[in-house]
Design a protein around this ligand. Structure first.
Ligand SMILES: C[S@@+](CC[C@H](N)C(=O)[O-])C[C@H]1O[C@@H](n2cnc3c(N)ncnc32)[C@H](O)[C@@H]1O
Length: 294
């Protein structure tokens, strides 16, 4: 397994991340157009920690629509870099020539980052900075790769996703809320367990300002796939529950663990993968800042 600071087996998450990209495709398209609209012609855009490449593909499509540019994918995990690159190639198809796509395998926390990347007009870093031990230092590293006037777009926070009805008829009502609370505790432990971890005792707007960025703002967007659930939503809910259940098992009561096992059992009538009353409702926040000086 490639080294990241969080000890997470990222390649094992690829199938679920691909499905999440499908769920988020429309929202990603709108966000990518908005961000690429901030920068000039033929820009260089970097996607830090692209996962399965859903947003990378949206950024590539936005670049293609605006006449072309350069897209660099950056990840510490080779399997994800390869998957994201292949997905972008598939989406661009024959238009690939207009958008130059390349990949760099490096730890986003590394001091080498700026040496390995060209001068960048837009850095997109979604849900990756919180996997770095020193988030402020990580942001400062991302700022260093920006050219004058370049933008950093950091997707962090928002609202935790909601997936389950309040009363599933299995276990006690409110299971989804208890799993979300356990997930928050897991996240705190995940961060606390990183070597060299440093707290970020401010909100993201302050972190971007402290890193020297100007014009700091944020916007949030909803991902709303209401019931009745499609097969994609059902499978994504299975992905979410499997992942959070694995992360939070020992933090749930024995009764909740039994309920979760039933909800994840394809031959149980309560299986979430066959229910039409599950859904996806979440909000993500993008924090933006601009490098004014060189
Ligand atoms: C939670 S996923 C986010 C995927 C995608 N950006 C999204 O928002 O859906 C985290 C991604 O960051 C990568 N990653 C984790 N730690 C990293 C590090 N230290 N340096 C570079 N990439 C890292 C993982 O391999 C994965 O692709």
């Amino acid at each position: 397994m490639a080294h990241t600071h969080d000890g997470i087996d990222w390649p094992a998450r690829l199938a679920a991340m691909r499905r999440a990209d499908e769920v988020n495709a429309q929202a990603n398209g709108a966000v990518a157009e908005r961000l690429v609209g901030l920068v000039g012609d033929a820009p260089t855009v970097v996607d830090i920690g692209p996962g399965a490449g859903g947003m990378s593909a949206a950024l590539a499509t936005a670049l293609q629509t605006r006449g072309g540019g350069r897209l660099v994918l950056v990840d510490a995990v080779p399997e994800l870099l390869e998957a994201a690159g292949a997905h972008v190639g598939q989406v661009l198809g024959d238009a690939e020539g207009k958008v130059e796509v390349s990949s760099v395998r490096v730890d986003a926390a590394s001091d080498e980052l700026a040496e390995l990347l060209p001068e960048v007009d837009l850095v997109w870093a979604s849900r990756v900075v919180h996997h770095l031990p020193d988030q402020q230092k990580g942001i400062e590293g991302l700022v260093r790769v920006l050219g004058p006037g370049g933008w950093l777009a950091l997707a962090e926070g928002g609202l935790p996703g909601r997936y389950l009805p309040w009363d599933l008829g299995v276990g006690e009502p409110g299971l989804g809320a208890r799993i979300s609370a356990a997930h928050v505790a897991w996240f705190a432990d995940m961060r606390a367990g990183m070597a060299g971890v440093t707290r970020l005792p401010v909100g993201w707007n302050r972190a971007l300002t402290d890193a020297g960025l100007a014009e700091v703002t944020s916007f949030s967007y909803l991902v709303d796939l209401p019931p009745p659930a499609t097969e994609l939503v059902q499978q994504s809910v299975v992905d979410w529950l499997s992942w959070t259940a694995a992360m939070t098992a020992e933090r749930l009561s024995a009764a909740d663990q039994v309920a979760v096992a039933r909800l994840l059992d394809p031959i149980d009538p309560a299986y979430v993968g066959a229910r039409d009353d599950v859904f996806i409702l979440g909000a993500s926040t993008v924090h933006l800042g601009r490098k004014i000086s060189g």
